[in-house]
Unconditional design. Sequence first.
Length: 447
Amino acid sequence: MTTPRAAVILAAGKSTRMKSSRSKVLHHVGGRSMLSWVADLARSAGADKIVCVVGEGNADVRAAAEELGLEIALQEPQLGTGHAVKCAQGALSGFKGNMAVLYADTPFVSHKTLERVFKSLDNGTDVTVLGFEPEEPGFYGRLITEGGELTAIVEARDASNEILDIGLCNSGVIAASTQDMFSALERVGNDNVKGEYYLTDIVEILRGDDKTARVITADESEVLGVNSRLDLATAEVAFQMGMRQAMLTKGVTLRDPDTTYFSWDTAISADAEIGANVVFGPGVSIAKDAVIHPFCHLEGAKIGEGAQIGPFARLRPGTEMAAGTKAGNFVETKKAKIGKGSKINHLSYIGDAEVGEGANIGAGTITCNYDGYFKHKTEIGDGAFVGTNSSLVAPVKIGKGAYLGSGGVITKDVPEGALAVARSEQVNKEGWADRYNTAQKKRKAKK
Ligand code: UD1
Ligand code: MG
């Protein structure tokens, strides 16, 4: 049976080592904030209630947490991890079930791992701690075990040399029933080197109540904490390496994996091909047989089967390229739906637009979508031919199969099947250039 679940996300720390005016946990890894990674993790474990503990100085974290739909608990001043969890008690007052404590600066704990932690409680263990064996145990809390049972966690600063030799460490993730957690926290004191209320003390306290405690282990890469810009960069590299491997494994061709950059939600089908130096911001999906040529930047874009993008294309949010479409070099799109087989091959900006099927958008076509105050829409029908260097002044509709002469500034709707020419008529003056050149050459020779 699965007991109801809750999560408490600790985010009240000061994060001075980040040297940032923004709170540490709002810095991005893989295209979203660390806080958002952890909120998602809690949600994926089926947590009905998620409480984020913030300090008074973290107004930005509070706002972001609210936006993510988390409940807020204030911890002021910050007297340690045990005190932080206790501050969430009010927010969890109506809740009875199991709870896990997560850190907002530890973004990569996997869904599977957290599930194992909660399952361990479901299976009857009273306290479960996520442990790991770091290369450098340093200042991590040490897990003391006896015959498969966890008996205590000792913080490195309070540990004897003998305890410091233990390689099994506390990741920070600790889970128990709300009842046990808060009953133990009532009894946690601050008689230790840091003078803080340690969450880790609940293990010994609950063992004294004849409760059981166990360790579940994870790889160090999952419990990587971010404290500095260097850590942030390390986390980003780890994320990108993981994504590259996952993409290659599922059958996506990456021409130069080290130069392909993903976001947390990048979705690419097998048999798509990605060239060198391509960056995927959040919200990109790519269907099979699509090719993203080198040096493209995509964000919030849906790419259909067999589409060809780039090189050097920038597809912004709201772009939908249907099957068999093309967006070539130096093409920018935004909020643009491009119908099957339509082509925008060169040097264009297509924004706030809907293009039908089989249309051809000539080189240098610009949708003039903004009047300085409002955005307006451009609609282009199936099979339309937009001549090169066209300015489409929105709102404007180009009918099916219409033909726009090159260099037009199109301000009026064009009916289906019509030709629109919107430029001044050409005037040829016979012999003018010859007369001009002769006169100018003479003047120059006299100087
Ligand atoms: C903690 C653990 C340690 C573990 C390590 C893993 C305790 C006592 N120690 O140590 O066993 O190995 O994490 O990284 O729990 N926070 C608050 N309010 C506070 C204090 C901290 O919200 O009053 C938050 C911090 O923002 C951070 C997290 O809790 O997200 C951990 O705090 P930190 O001070 O880094 O704990 P460590 O000393 O690293
Ligand atoms: Mg820490």
